[in-house]
Design a protein around this ligand. Sequence first.
Ligand code: BGC
Length: 726
Amino acid sequence: MKDWIIREKGFSKEHITLNGNKFICGNGYMGIRGTLEEYEKEHLPAVNLAGIYDKVGDGWREPLNAPNALYTRIRVDGRDYILPEVEASKHEQVLDYRHGIVKRSTTWKTGRGEVTVISEHFAHYTCPHIYCMQYTIQTTFHAEVEVYTGIDADVWDIHGPHYDEITLSESGECILAGAVTHEKGETVAVAEQCGVSFFNEQRVDVQEKKILHHISFISEKEKEVKIEKIAAVYTTQDVTAPEKAALEEVRNAFKKGYGACKKEQIEAWEEHWKTAEVEIEGDKEAMEALNYSLYQLQSIAPRHVESLSIGARGLSGQTYKGAVFWDTEMFMLEYFLYTQPETARTLLKYRIDTLSGAQEKARAYGHKGAFYAWESQEGGYDACTDYNVTDVFTGRPMRTYFKDKQIHISSAVVYGIMRYTNVTGDDSLLKEGGIETILECAAFYDSLLLQKAHTQVYELHDVIGPDEYHERVNNNGYTNRMAKFTFETAVKILREAEEETLQRISNAYPVEELAKRYQEDADRLYLPQPEKDGVVEQFDGYRKLEDVSVDTVRSRLLHEKEYWGGAYGVAAHTQVIKQADVVTWMVMFAEEFSQEILQKNLDYYEPRTEHGSSLSACMYALLFCKCGRPECAYPFFLKSAKADLAGGGKEWAGSVYIGGTHPAAAGGAYMTAVSGFGGVVLKDGKVTVNPKLPESWKKLRFHIRYQNKLYQITETKDSVNVECLQ
Ligand code: BGC
């Protein structure tokens, strides 16, 4: 049995940022960083909201952190007891990731005895606007205790401040913070109600950006005083009167009580794990890391709406601008498809609903069709800037071409829509704009094709593939294959469309003509072929670049935070790549290569990969599994599964902070367990499994949903059982 507990004993100032990610909780509407209650903005606390953004001046557009209603600090006999300022004699932080409950326990020694604070909080799984907290104070002596608890609207922002106006008020038993954003004047309202088991005096203090209950009491020896708080968050994106909604909801939840809310929380997560858990017998470490990854994914699943996607750093803050990348479709989607197809639908609906943003972007570059945003925010707005990295030496912004040239993003959208359709057997997404989305993506690639004089082949030039260190290259194999996939999909859609669909689209799309054209595009698009030694060149001229080791390239750095890519980066003129590129192509289309070619490319590219992106390891793990080498896959799998546990991931790109959680790595760990080691293949309505379990795995058991049926799959070294449960 695993413990479902992440525990850190002792306090380390160096872990404040990391623990903010590791001990996070969330419910898809909000993510609450795993910071301590007394932290103010310099320690990066955040109640990070999904899908609502703001921009101030020339700063990056980024998601909002709501005023923080967990804020609590204590003073005993006139002295503050807070971390990290006052050293604790005992400290522990715990995450019960089976139920999404975060706990802390801290003891300080005073001249007269000990003061202990124990707290827990959670983002309510079934009430997305609600979060709850319990905070207990205990002293070993009679002391004058003051507690300040309420809402801190002085939030952590990277490119803020995002709130031009903050109104703090009382409403009956509740306190309320209403904050109005700079760019669009959206309101974020947070209401809080709080109950105390014992106090001598209580009043509300309003400071510049905080509204706090000031609770004082004389503590009795060993007798605990308990504070229970419920908070609700609403914005003008949810309702027209968010203050009213937040107050109403908080009052109802408070009436129910903290205990009842916690019970609901536990029951809801238990229900979820019944079919989402992956059991691994024989490898506790892997089982824990993997299920923790699934916890991370589930905490950011947008279950409360019909159209929303997930940012590359989940709901762990404002890094990566809260923007949606190819990470969702290519790395996270499989988990949602196999465990809760309705969430997968929500993720893809977001792409369909932001088609006009993608069309606008294509037009702005002089292309046709739909060029999806590299860093997509609401409406498909591309938050990626022309200068996405800052040079550490000069402090100057560096021109990067992620936004202009990472054209493979549109094909990821097509891939996602088709995977949803095939895995669920539900064609409603196609009918609700999916077909148009696919056709627009095909039109985009079609408008980019080049034909060299005197040849019949089409090429795609001046792109960036998954490996971002090599910018503006020609014929990146992954990109070309995914563009070909887009053409093939468009042809299939056009040829197989029902009469009703044909009627709907035929005004905008000359069906026959396009089917022919895209078929020709698919047939003539150039794909790099294996060379004499079996290696497929990542892009034209790649193998002519300097062939040095990752360590050699690293040794050339003059600054630890120096950017490796771009025009003058240390990797740019070498064969060292940031992340899986040809390998990602081969994972996607393994059946188009012989085993020998797959192996040769794995062995060629792996030592040349820096794994500078957390997206990289799982692709290697998956390809090692496809090559029947689970033992080689295993360390890459574990690296993905532990991306948010182990720390040590990249926190800087140039001088830009990029820390946060890594949901794509979590999704990659899931894919490796289920499709890699588990060997699951879903095709033509049939579930087939061809396990390649690592040595230590005695048994692997999980559930998947496929075409409206729930399957339980159990694998051991010498047996496989696929049982259809519903
Ligand atoms: C990677 C991209 C990824 C992005 C967000 C970058 O470092 O190179 O492939 O989409 O991070 O996770």
